[in-house]
Design a protein. Structure first.
Length: 569
């Protein structure tokens, strides 16, 4: 008869063995019962409490990852993100099934904590499932042991060992696919191991599930790609009896914000307490009557008055797709930009926002509606390559389909973009190091876009509705923002708006590389319809759209201006 002290030691051992491999612990406990080395009650309690404790620890790690970046960067990967996307609709069956499926328990339970699943709901579900699972498997092991050992002797141990190995192999293999409770199947074997540098893409969805391919939409030359949109614009113009009708989509913005609008004027339209969400900026007009040196001294005085300090972002007041946008690190670079910028035009000098996350938030409100809504959220990643420890930056650019497709921008072969220096192209980044290829993240230079509609929350809707409603009759457009983390963005805090775009803004989620060409056109057509409908409602409210001659002259002036900007970074 084993003393109570011995029982206690075995119970503690079983408890901690569940943390290493719960199935192995259950088999061990069953054998202890069969050999009369530990009472069934003690084995069951030890196994159950150990399994439950492990589940709660994983849940707690997920909760910690919400607020601690270094934990989040190490734990939250593609499989966690997949699990998190489906938990809300399939919570109970997902928690119940993953204990039976190989390789899914850890990412699913981690996602429960990370997404903020109710602790009470998680606890009750895992309490029930772990109790049922451990009881059924323990009973199976005991019954098998009671049959095998008396009848087969030595071979009984071999049979039990084979049973244990098969069980552990099944539960620990990496699944080629994740089949969730709603029967959604997602491939998981095609994502490379990526190590993110500290301070790179912090707060953004993991790079491990961002597809780097070049989408069909990007491969089509812009003139051809936008031809169907142009034809549909004509059809809508005929239907609404005015081709330039969208020039009143936002009546208090030049041409409704289709293009050529003043970005600074738009940001100045945000009023009251909502101005706190606008990144600090100052505007400066390069009067041709002043010498570059005098303009430079005047600009330094204005920067000081606005409490802006280097490094800064400098960009045209009338901008598009990142043309002329640069980061300015010192006074010499500022003077150089002034000497290259077209005179009698305005620039924006803006604070360099310290957040890594970047997104486009598309907003819509029909005239007369008391509240609007966010209809699109898209995450934007700047063009980059990932080091392998042996290839140069140039070689990495050539090896990646996406960066190779846009390599003219990085190699200085585009007339409106400054490339990477030859010396920097020959650097060999360490394994996993992310190398930024441009300062701007525009699709024009190969920026990666990811549809984030699943992250839109009521709080986010309300915040951007309040911002938009503080502007005079702003109905249709996109807010470009920097944010600290996804969690805080969903809570509508810790973000800053660095640009506002009017009616000409695209819902940039259509450039997600996982979006098919057909779906991209479907979405763009839908947004065109909403644009014309809003404009028609504004016309009925007394606003008058531009005539075609005026609109053509306005558009030509805008196009000529963008082609004269300094090189972007």
């Amino acid at each position: 008869m084993i003393p109570v002290a011995g029982w206690f030691g075995r119970c503690i051992g079983l408890y901690f063995e569940t943390f290493l491999q719960e199935d192995l612990a259950i088999v061990t406990g069953g054998l202890l019962v069969v050999k009369n080395e530990l009472p069934l009650m003690f084995v069951a309690i030890s196994l159950f409490t150990g399994i439950l404790s492990g589940d709660l620890i994983i849940y707690g790690m997920g909760r910690a990852a919400r607020n601690i970046p270094w934990i989040r960067n190490r734990l939250v990967n593609r499989r966690v993100e997949i699990a998190r996307e489906h938990l809300e609709k399939n919570l109970i069956p997902s928690i119940a099934l993953v204990r039976l499926l190989p390789g899914l328990l850890f990412p699913t339970y981690l996602a429960c904590g990370f997404t903020g699943v109710s602790f009470k709901q998680f606890f009750l579900t895992t309490l029930t499932t772990s109790a049922l699972y451990s009881t059924i498997l323990l009973t199976l092991v005991i019954k098998l042991g009671e049959f095998v050992f008396p009848t087969m002797g030595y071979w009984g141990w071999i049979i039990m060992l084979c049973f244990v190995l098969l069980l552990i192999t099944y539960k620990t293999i990496k699944p080629r696919r994740l089949k969730l409770a709603n029967n959604t199947v997602v491939d998981t074997i095609s994502f490379p191991e990526i190590i993110q540098n500290p301070g790179t893409f912090l707060g953004m969805p993991s790079l491990q599930y961002i597809n780097h391919k070049v989408s069909a939409s990007e491969k089509i030359p812009p003139l051809i790609f936008y031809t169907p949109l142009g034809l549909r614009w004509i059809m809508l113009g005929i239907r609404y009896r005015k081709m330039a009708l969208p020039t009143i989509a936002n009546p208090f913005i030049e041409a409704g914000g289709l293009w050529g609008e003043s970005k600074s004027r738009l940001m100045h339209q945000v009023s009251g307490g909502q101005r706190q969400w606008i990144a600090p900026f100052s505007t400066f007009t390069l009067d041709k009557q002043y010498t570059v040196e005098r303009l430079y001294n005047k600009a330094l005085d204005e920067l000081s008055a606005a409490s802006l300090a280097f490094p800064l972002v400098i960009k045209p007041d009338i901008g598009w797709q990142g043309y002329g946008v640069r980061i300015i690190n010192n006074e010499t670079e500022l003077l150089e930009y002034f000497s290259e910028y077209p005179k009698n035009n305005t620039i924006i000098i803006q604070e360099l926002i310290p957040y890594e996350g970047e997104a486009g938030v598309f907003y819509l409100r029909y005239p007369g509606e008391p509240q609007g809504r966010v209809i699109s959220l898209t995450f934007r990643y700047y063009p980059h390559v990932i080091g392998d420890g042996k290839s140069t930056v140039l070689e990495l650019i050539r090896q990646d389909k996406r960066t190779n497709f846009k390599s003219r921008f990085y190699l200085g072969k585009d007339s409106l973009h400054q490339g990477i220096s030859p010396d920097d192209l020959e650097i060999v980044p360490r394994h996993g190091e992310i190398v930024r290829l441009t300062f701007i993240g525009s699709i024009r230079v190969g920026g990666l876009y990811k549809n984030g509609e699943n992250y839109i929350t009521p709080a986010l809707n309300q915040r951007f509705d309040e911002i938009a409603c503080s502007m005079p009759e702003f109905y249709f457009g996109r807010f470009d923002i920097k944010f600290k983390s996804i969690d805080l963005l969903q809570e509508a805090s810790d973000f800053q708006i660095f640009e506002i775009n009017g009616a000409g803004a695209e819902a940039i989620h259509v450039w997600d590389t996982d979006t098919s060409l057909l779906k991209a056109y479907k979405e763009l057509f839908r947004y065109q319809s909403m644009l014309f409908k809003i404009s028609d409602m504004n016309r009925k409210n007394g606003h008058k759209p531009m005539g075609m001659k005026e609109f053509y002259s306005f558009s030509k002036q805008y196009n000529d201006l963008t082609n004269s900007y300094p090189l972007s970074h």
